[in-house]
Design a protein around this ligand. Sequence first.
Ligand code: UTP
Length: 287
Amino acid sequence: MRKVRKAVIPAAGFGTRFLPATKAMPKEMLPIIDKPMIHYAVEEAVKAGIRDIIFSTGRGKRSLEDYFDHSYELEDQLKKTGKKDLLKEIEDISDMAEIVYIRQKHALGLGHAILRAKDVIGDEPFAVILPDMLVDSDVPYMKQVIEAYEETNRSVLGVKETTPDKVSLYGIADPAESADTFKLKGVVEKPAPEDAPSNLYIFGRYVFTPELFDYLEKTKPTLGGEIMLTDAISDLIKSEGVYGKILEGTDFDTGDKLGYLQAMAWYGLKHNDLSEEFSKYLKEINQ
Ligand code: UTP
């Protein structure tokens, strides 16, 4: 069994649902209260036992790099002003993980963003974390998926249940059996409700065997030039088999405005310094 040591975090999309905010900054740097989304993704990877993170980035790469780098001027200023707690928090961010940046020069889809990491990953299994899917769970989602990989020794897709009216927004799993960790018959990209094989959508936490790269390389681009991850997963299902794992916890689709707002409210109500006043305020405006 080869251990999962590396994770790819794709962060090169245009974030069109958040324009104009994302015109000059990556969506992944949008804050949830006081930490950018990408911080939560890296934290989740580290808690799942991963040390090497590969960011697939495009425009706005500087702010991501700066965020995970030391900021000597800032650290010096915090030292001088005696803000010890804040200083530690800022220093810890730079020491969270080993980070490698890869450039996805053209945003040609998620499959393409992952394929760009092929040389850095090499011949070993790896995780993929979509940073715009935010998780608050006892056991990190990425850890749940890695444990399922260790059980099955196959690629694993984390899945969550949705309602029939939302299946056309996601990639949907076609399970071959009824279990928490289940073998997949197939995956269907954004099906109409009547064609959906289940209500289980692919959540954005994956472990892949390196064989995925062979299929990504063979995947024909769509008319818009995109390399679809779902196409390569379908090939992987046929060749060596892929499993789904039902994830347990609370999560938010922060790539979507409503999901983003819900995440803000959730973390606001959990925040040590804000929770009481914020809860009062929500009640006030809801009268
Ligand atoms: P999304 O499907 O949410 O696309 O990507 P997007 O461009 O970020 O946002 P919208 O849909 O236009 O509003 C899911 C994740 O995959 C990355 C994104 O940065 C995001 O983290 N991604 C997507 C890439 O890295 N490259 C791509 O070509 C597409």
